[in-house]
Design a protein around this ligand. Structure first.
Ligand code: GLY
Ligand code: MN
Ligand code: MN
Length: 464
C-alpha cells in the first residue's frame, strides 16, 4: 500500500473514532469466504465497511477501533505451507507498518484479546444484522469480560449499530473515491461499446449471435483494464428478455431487428459502476423502437436536469415519471379515455404497467450502495397515504437532500409486455438507459457517458 493510501485509511478511521466517543469501541469483521462447491470457493471479495477502513483485502480479518483512535487488526498468521496453496499473507508482524494500524495480532488471538479491548468501554459498536453469528461472538466476549468484574473489569453497557455511522461516511465520496469511480465507469463504457459493435459486426457477417457472445466482450474489456470482477451479475437481454428486470446474460439469441438491453458495470478497486444501454442488435432502430427509446431518453434528460446539490433524492424520479406518463399517453400505450390525463396517470400510478422501478440508487462500493434515502434532520416528519394500486398504507418521510459528492444512478426505462389494448408494434420492447452521476453544486457529472446514448451516435458507432 502506498503511503498516500495508508494516510487515506488512517484518516477514515480517525473520523470514525471521533464519532464513537472517547470510550466507544467498534468491531468490524471482513466478509467470510464462501464455498461454491467442493474444494472451490467463490472469488473472494472483502466486506465493504472493512475495506473502506483498511484497504486490506485478505479474508479472516477483523478491525477493532477504539474511540481514542487506536486501531488493532486481527489477520491471518504467516503460514508458509498455507501460503504455497492460497497465496501471500501480510501477517501480524508486518501489518502495522504496511497498513498503518497501531497493533496487529493473529486472528487466532481474537477470543483472547477482545475481552481486554472491550474492558472499560461504554459502548460497543458493530454492524447490526450484517455478519452471521457476529452478535453471538460479541456476547461471548462480553460474557468473558463480565466474569472478570470481581477483578475490576468494566463491561460496556451499550451495543450500538455501526452501520448508520459508516453509511453516512460512505455516502459522500471523497476525491480518491470519485477518481476510482470515474475510471470504473470509463472501463465499463468501453465494454458496452465493444458489445454493441460485436453485435452489429456478427450480424453483418451472417453469424448467429447469442447473449453470451456480448457478455464475453464485457468481461474481456473489464479484465483487460484491471477490474477485479463485474460489480453485479451482468444483464444481456435480447428482444423480449429485456422485459425481465433481473434477467442475466444467458443463451438467448440476438436477432437482427430486436433491441438488446445490456446492464453491466465493472468493479474497480472496490468501487462499482452501473451502466445500461439499449441498442438495436443490427445497429439500426426501427420506428417504434426509436419512438420508445427517444421517450426514455427524454425522461432521463429531465431526471439529469433535476439532479444537483439541494434537490431531493426523489426529484429525478418525479421528473422521469412526468415525462414517461405524458409519452405513454402520446404513444397510445395508455388510453386517455380510460386513465385520464397525465396527472391521473401519475396519481393512480397507471404508468406502473410499463415503468415499475425507481429512477436510481446510491452507487459506491456496493452497486446499491449504503446511505439513508431519508433526510436525517427531517425523519420525524411523517405523513401517511394509501398506495393507489395495492391499497397498502405507506409512510412518507422527506427524501434525502442531495449534496455535492454523493453518487447515484439515473436509470429510467420502459418495459412493454404484450397485453390487450397495448399497440402491437411496441410489444416485447424493453428499454433502459442508465448513467452514473456525481452530484455537484450546480448539477451533476455523468461519469458513464464514455458510451453514447443518442440514437444517431449509437447508430454511427455500430456502423463499424
Ligand atoms: N444493475 C443493477 C441496477 O441497475 O440497479
Ligand atoms: Mn442501477
Ligand atoms: Mn444497472
Amino acid at each position: 500500500m502506498t503511503s498516500s493510501s495508508m494516510a487515506l485509511y488512517e484518516q477514515r478511521r480517525a473520523r470514525l473514532a471521533a464519532v464513537l466517543g472517547p470510550k466507544g469501541v467498534a468491531i468490524i469483521p471482513t466478509a467470510p469466504e464462501q464455498q461454491r462447491n467442493r474444494d472451490s470457493d467463490f472469488l473472494y471479495r472483502p466486506d465493504s465497511y472493512f475495506y473502506y477502513l483498511t484497504g486490506f483485502g485478505e479474508p479472516k480479518a477483523w478491525l477493532v477501533l477504539t474511540g481514542d483512535g487506536k486501531s488493532t487488526l486481527f489477520c491471518q498468521p504467516k503460514d508458509l505451507e498455507r501460503e504455497i496453496w492460497d497465496g501471500f499473507r501480510v501477517g501480524p508482524v508486518a501489518a502495522p507498518a504496511q497498513l498503518a494500524v497501531d497493533a496487529a495480532y493473529s486472528v487466532t488471538e481474537l477470543d483472547a484479546q477482545l475481552p481486554a479491548l472491550l474492558d472499560g468501554r461504554d459502548a460497543v459498536w458493530y454492524p447490526f444484522a450484517t455478519h452471521r453469528a457476529l452478535e453471538t461472538r460479541i456476547d461471548g466476549w462480553l460474557g468473558s469480560l463480565r466474569a472478570r468484574v470481581r477483578f475490576g473489569a468494566l463491561c460496556p453497557e451499550q451495543q450500538r449499530d455501526l452501520c448508520g455511522l459508516l453509511d453516512e461516511m460512505r455516502l459522500t465520496k471523497d476525491a480518491h473515491e470519485q477518481d476510482t469511480m470515474r475510471r470504473a465507469a470509463q472501463i465499463s463504457a468501453g465494454g458496452h461499446i465493444r458489445a454493441m459493435q460485436l453485435s452489429a459486426r456478427m450480424l453483418r457477417q451472417g453469424q448467429a449471435v447469442r447473449e453470451y457472445h456480448l457478455d464475453a466482450e464485457l468481461l474481456h474489456e473489464f479484465r483487460r483494464h484491471g477490474s477485479q470482477y463485474p460489480a453485479y451479475g451482468s444483464i444481456v437481454a435480447g428482444g423480449a428478455n429485456a422485459c425481465v428486470l433481473h434477467y442475466r446474460a444467458d443463451v438467448g439469441a440476438i436477432r437482427s431487428g430486436d433491441l438488446v438491453l445490456i446492464d453491466a458495470g465493472c468493479e474497480l478497486d472496490g468501487y462499482a459502476s452501473d451502466i445500461t444501454r439499449t441498442f438495436p442488435a443490427n445497429g439500426r432502430f426501427s420506428a417504434p423502437q426509436r419512438a420508445l427509446y427517444e421517450l426514455v431518453l427524454a425522461s432521463q434528460e429531465a431526471a439529469i436536469a433535476a439532479t444537483h446539490a439541494g434537490a431531493r433524492f426523489t426529484d429525478p424520479h418525479e421528473a422521469t415519471v412526468k415525462v414517461l406518463a405524458q409519452g405513454m399517453l402520446d404513444l397510445g400505450l395508455l388510453d386517455a379515455n380510460k386513465v385520464g390525463g397525465v396527472q391521473d396517470v401519475i396519481e393512480k400510478r397507471a404508468y406502473f404497467q410499463f415503468y415499475m422501478h425507481r429512477t436510481g440508487h446510491w452507487l459506491g462500493m456496493d452497486v446499491h450502495d449504503c446511505g439513508s434515502y431519508l433526510e436525517p434532520s427531517e425523519v420525524g416528519s411523517v405523513s401517511e397515504r394509501k398506495d393507489p394500486l395495492s391499497g397498502e398504507l405507506i409512510k412518507d418521510r422527506p427524501a434525502r437532500i442531495l449534496q455535492s459528492g454523493m453518487v447515484l444512478t439515473i436509470e429510467p426505462g420502459i418495459y412493454v409486455r404484450a397485453a390487450e389494448g397495448v399497440p402491437e408494434q411496441f410489444h416485447n420492447i424493453g428499454i433502459r438507459i442508465e448513467d452514473d452521476a456525481i452530484v455537484t453544486d450546480t448539477g451533476c457529472e455523468l461519469i458513464s457517458r464514455g458510451v453514447p446514448v443518442a440514437v444517431a451516435e449509437i447508430e454511427a458507432l455500430m456502423r463499424g
